[in-house]
Ligand binder design. Structure first.
Ligand SMILES: C[C@@H](CNC(=O)c1ccc(S(N)(=O)=O)cc1)Cn1ccc2ccccc21
Ligand SMILES: [Zn+2]
Length: 265
């Protein structure tokens, strides 16, 4: 697999070479979430609030993998996800971010064409399936809902004290391939909005190779605020070619016959 990335030479427009599903897939992510008109998100009153049980992580690795920064707790973590559009319980795997080099771009999903400066992805896998018993197996399972990713937009505003332990660590993983063990506990629950009631949900894929079409996406309407300094900290992380990662987001993909449901009017 040629090392994919986000530059002209190895960016999203080239991924189809190693990953044909990039162009042939009919449930690719991200998408532009349209809220009015023909193909707009449809209110579904059956959609319940998303339920997360995120006990503070005590052991985790914070990694710069050259295309994002990723927080991955040790295998023993008991964090779980259920509710919303889900019929099963999902286990937390990792969270990571996508961002741009200025405040007008950076998120992967868009709302009526609007991009936010960044997007946080909380990655989970279905822990109740008889067909797989690990994240890696889930990705390779062809199960349409093997994974569930919660997407939160980031917008510039007040400093986010809950995310400060993460943004303060970015300088320690400036070089691609570098990782640190996360010092102390991290309370992910504190990062999220109180109520997880208002979201868009649709069937999609990983937004990076292998672009597997196994993701139930849940993208929350309410953005999370971070300060300009916190945004700048992301933009100082390197991509392994001596350049900062300044746009690790894939452009929106065609909806095809999919519909997007909204849990709110
Ligand atoms: C899943 C890959 C690693 N990628 C991810 O785990 C991942 C998770 C979430 C997103 S996002 N941005 O959609 O939330 C994107 C990628 C490893 N891996 C496992 C099998 C496998 C096969 C080929 C190549 C890589 C493979
Ligand atoms: Zn992501």
């Amino acid at each position: 697999m040629a090392p994919w990335g986000y530059s002209k030479e190895n960016g999203p427009a080239t991924w189809h070479k190693d990953c044909p599903i990039a162009n042939t897939g009919v449930r690719q992510s991200p998408i532009d979430l349209i809220t009015t008109g023909q193909t707009c998100a449809k209110y579904d009153s059956n959609l319940k609030p998303v339920i997360v049980s995120y006990p503070a992580f005590s052991e985790a690795t914070f990694l710069n993998n050259g295309h994002s920064v990723q927080f991955q707790p040790s295998a023993g973590n008991l964090s779980e996800l259920s509710g919303g559009p889900l019929t099963k319980k999902y286990k937390f795997e990792q969270f990571h971010f996508h961002w741009g080099n200025n405040d007008s771009e950076g998120s992967e999903h868009r709302v009526n064409g609007k991009m936010y400066p960044a997007e946080l992805h909380l990655v989970h896998w279905n822990s109740e399936s008889p067909n797989f018993s690990s994240f890696q197996e889930a990705v390779g399972s062809n199960d349409p809902h093997a994974l569930c990713v919660l997407g939160f937009f980031l917008k510039v505003g007040a400093e986010n004290a809950s995310l400060k332990p993460i943004t303060d660590l970015l300088s320690k993983v400036k070089n691609a391939g570098s990782s640190v063990s996360f010092p102390g506990k991290f309370d992910l629950k504190a990062v999220l909005p109180e109520t997880l009631t208002d979201y868009y949900t649709y069937d999609g894929s990983l937004t990076t190779p292998p672009l597997a079409e196994c993701v139930k996406w849940i993208v929350f309407k309410e953005p999370i605020e971070v300060s300009t300094a916190q945004m700048e900290a992301f933009r100082a992380v390197d991509d392994g070619h001596g350049k900062p990662i300044t746009g690790n987001y894939r452009p929106p993909c065609p909806l095809h016959t999919r519909t997007v449901a909204a849990s709110f009017k």
